[in-house]
Design a protein around this ligand. Structure first.
Ligand code: SF4
Length: 234
């Protein structure tokens, strides 16, 4: 399959999803995959709400890209969700501002307050949501299907880039001159919160820079629960 055929197929799939599921939301953390999807949604004028979770600990480069997106895609409104101030204040007061390094439980409770609870609010009332997950991103994502039931949130979940390669993502970005996070050019293929993301070395897994101090099997924040590793596609 040529890149052009891949891109056209995904655009058709996105339009088809938007035609049969409503209301629909695209989760955007401003990584390269999310930028591909945002560009398609904007270009096709699809009725898909774009939302982003601002944890308050994102890298400066991500905030710069948020502003660039506003200017590049004036027809797209990105809705931002923030952690509950009281819950976050209580957590930091009790544990410390960088307590996520202390244990997996501390890290997961920080992710719960800064990401999971805001995600619940972002998805409230939606019939489906779209993500930029790809199977080759990590061991925890090898079983990602293109469409699934998100039982935890009680709605459909679509991963239209599930079988895209990293090279295809970047071909799309470059061909369409899509803005992207400057950290991608500094060996950050996967970008999350600043204190929990580092650059990777040659040959390391794409998500090796996320929560690098933990075992690879635990390196998900709960937005996309880890799955059993399967052979082949679902
Ligand atoms: S990625 Fe790190 S800083 Fe961000 S919510 Fe999770 S533990 Fe907290």
């Amino acid at each position: 399959m040529t890149p052009e055929e891949r891109f056209a197929g995904t655009r058709e799939r996105l339009a088809s999803i938007a035609g049969r599921v409503s209301p629909l939301a695209l989760a955007c953390s401003f990584g390269a995959e999310d930028m591909v999807l945002l560009d398609m949604v904007a270009d096709l004028g699809l009725p898909i709400e774009v939302f982003s979770l601002d944890t308050g600990r994102l890298p400066a480069e991500t905030y710069e890209l948020m502003q660039t997106v506003r200017e590049r895609y004036p027809a797209v409104t990105v809705r931002y969700y923030y952690p509950d101030a009281a819950a976050l204040g209580a957590w930091v007061t009790e544990h410390g501002v960088n307590a996520f390094y202390l244990s997996i439980d501390h890290r997961k409770s920080c992710c719960a307050i800064r990401k999971l609870e805001p995600l619940e609010r972002a998805l409230a009332g939606k019939a489906g949501w779209i993500t930029g997950l790809r199977r080759e991103q990590s061991p925890t994502r090898q079983g990602v299907p293109e469409e699934e039931t998100d039982a935890g949130h009680g709605l459909l979940k679509f991963n239209p880039l599930a079988d895209w390669s990293e090279a295809e993502v970047w071909t799309y970005v470059k061909t369409r001159d899509v803005p992207f996070n400057a950290l991608h050019e500094r060996h950050y293929p996967s970008i999350g919160c600043a204190p929990c993301t580092r650059a990777i070395a040659v040959g390391e897994d794409i998500r090796a820079g996320r929560w690098w101090w933990e075992n690879p099997e635990t390196r998900e924040c709960g937005l996309h629960p880890a799955r059993a590793v399967r052979n082949g596609r679902k």
